[in-house]
Design a protein around this ligand. Structure first.
Ligand code: NAP
Length: 179
């Protein structure tokens, strides 16, 4: 499967991303950033695709899903899983999710978690970029983002955002090309 995609994630200092099936934090400006990155397109006729694991789908409150103005694709191996949404597609493998995104003519494809899915994607060569919010704090977590800094390089870094007791940055990493 040759469809390129990016990962979108927020991590703490220890690459923690989740706790008890939910996010360990509430960061409003990060939620807005996530929405902007995953929704905005150059071609107004097109939408982006967001691919996520079933547990991440479950973690989104019913009233907020599917994520609006994006093609939502949920990964599950359960053939009987009821998405309860006609605007959302399920896929039983990452390749199949990428094929669906291509068939939907998505402008960009974003894989938005969770830990299980990031772990399977990080070494795929068509995983080109990581949009990562790096929170300069440490939280109690039970789900983690994989190590990536030996195979990806920082290409963009925002100013430091202050929100409550938290400080964070919106960073973009790109896969280092090995020819
Ligand atoms: N900080 C962040 O940016 C961020 C982003 C997203 C999520 N999270 C957090 O991460 C946690 C969830 O992550 P998680 O690792 O527990 O679960 P997950 O990655 O969201 O979903 C795992 C599920 O996806 C399905 N799946 C996995 N690989 C598949 C494959 N190759 N083909 C088809 N289906 C596949 C399976 O569903 P079935 O069991 O239905 O078969 C599996 O149980 C939550 O705490 C969430 O809040 C954090």
């Amino acid at each position: 499967m040759d469809t390129s995609f990016s990962l979108v994630v927020a991590t703490d200092q220890n690459r923690g991303i989740g706790k008890n099936g939910d996010l360990p934090w509430r960061l409003k400006k990060d939620m807005q950033y996530f929405k902007d990155i995953t929704t905005n397109t150059v071609d107004r006729q097109k939408q982006n695709a967001v691919i996520m694991g079933r547990t991440t789908w479950d973690s989104i409150p019913t009233k907020f899903r599917p994520l609006p103005n994006r093609h939502n694709i949920v990964l599950t191996r359960n053939k009987d899983f009821d998405l309860n949404s006609s605007q959302t597609t399920s896929a039983n493998s990452i390749d199949s999710a990428l094929t669906i995104a291509k068939e939907l003519n998505a402008e960009n494809v974003y894989i938005i978690g969770g830990g299980n899915i990031y772990n399977q994607c990080i070494d795929m060569m068509n995983c080109k970029k990581i949009y990562i919010t790096e929170v300069d704090n440490s939280f109690e977590c039970d789900t983690f983002f994989p190590e990536f800094k030996s195979t990806f390089q920082l290409i963009k870094s925002s100013e430091i955002i202050n929100e409550g007791n938290d400080q964070y940055q919106f960073n973009v990493y790109e896969r280092i090309n090995i020819n």
